[in-house]
Write a protein that binds this ligand. Structure first.
Ligand SMILES: NC(=O)c1ccc[n+]([C@@H]2O[C@H](COP(=O)([O-])OP(=O)(O)OC[C@H]3O[C@@H](n4cnc5c(N)ncnc54)[C@H](O)[C@@H]3O)[C@@H](O)[C@H]2O)c1
Length: 253
């Protein structure tokens, strides 16, 4: 990895945590943000590691985290927006406040990080700005409406940033994985487990991150790990009614 200072949200678990470990192994300095202090502790100790217990829905705290990172580790070279939550449920049964909280963390958190960290990358004319959306940021599904809405917003916001700044020298990527074997899936187990999740085994964080690095090297904005992800993407584009019929049949709704 060419990056020297990496700023990662959701670094206390799953793909953010694997990305943080990889960056440390590669010799980078890492600012690891999460609300999960125990998850950050699991990263171990290093003079190149800054553990920051920050709620990304708090714009002032995110701004302070960016400032502290640049003061203590140096200018940020790579931003990885990985923090998210995924409680599932039917839209009219899911708690109203929870629907808004999903949007506030998954989308609002990204907006806060972009406002705080991206100006530095743009002014230096280099760096990577990476958002984790999901294939369900392109393909809506039953039981996932609130989460899908937040991930559609992540795709749209990041795609806008990319095109508005395409001559800036900053590389942008929007990662859209299928199900990945991380603790995030436990939130579905604790609420509703869509039967669509049973159609293919989850992929691994390592595979997703490898695909992300390859896409960045090739200058590709959309990162879609696994062939099945592309099938969903193209079905949504060219046969949306057929795809909905499949979802209705699988979920029995
Ligand atoms: N795991 C999957 O199946 C899957 C599939 C597609 C996309 N994604 C996306 O990939 C990204 C990483 O997911 P993961 O599977 O590693 O999830 P994860 O649950 O393992 O990790 C997410 C981390 O975000 C943190 N977080 C939640 N709210 C926060 C807040 N307000 N402020 C700061 N941190 C907060 C959590 O504490 C957690 O440590 C997410 O954006 C997720 O939506 C995951």
């Amino acid at each position: 990895m060419a990056s020297k200072v990496v700023f990662i949200t959701g670094a206390g678990s799953g793909m953010g945590q694997v990305a943080a470990k990889r960056a440390l192994l590669a010799g980078s300095a890492v600012a690891a943000l999460d609300v999960n202090a125990a998850g950050l502790e699991a990263l171990g100790a290093s003079e190149r590691l800054l553990k920051l217990v920050v709620d990304i829905t708090d714009p002032a705290a995110v701004k302070a985290a960016v400032e502290r990172t640049e003061r203590e580790l140096g200018p940020i070279d790579r931003v990885i927006n990985s923090a998210a939550i995924m409680p599932l449920g039917l839209l009219m049964k899911q708690d109203h406040a929870l629907i808004l909280r999903i949007m506030s963390i998954n989308y609002g958190g990204l907006v806060n990080v972009a406002r705080a960290a991206l100006p530095g990358l743009l002014s230096r004319g280099r760096g990577d700005f990476i958002s984790f959306s999901s294939i369900v940021g392109h393909v809506p599904s039953i039981y996932m409406g609130a989460y899908c809405s937040s991930k559609f917003a992540v795709c749209c916001f990041t795609e806008g940033l990319y095109h508005e700044n395409r001559k800036s020298g900053v590389r942008f990527a929007c990662v859209c994985p299928p199900a990945v074997a991380t603790p995030l899936l436990d939130q579905a187990r604790d609420t509703v487990w869509p039967k669509m999740f049973n159609l293919a085994p989850p992929t691994t964080p390592e595979k997703v991150l490898d695909t992300m690095e390859a896409a960045l090297e090739k200058g590709r904005f959309w990162v879609m790990p696994e062939f099945g992800t592309l099938v969903y993407y193209w079905m949504r584009r060219f046969a949306p009614n057929l795809l909905w019929r499949v979802i209705h049949r699988v979920e029995g709704v």
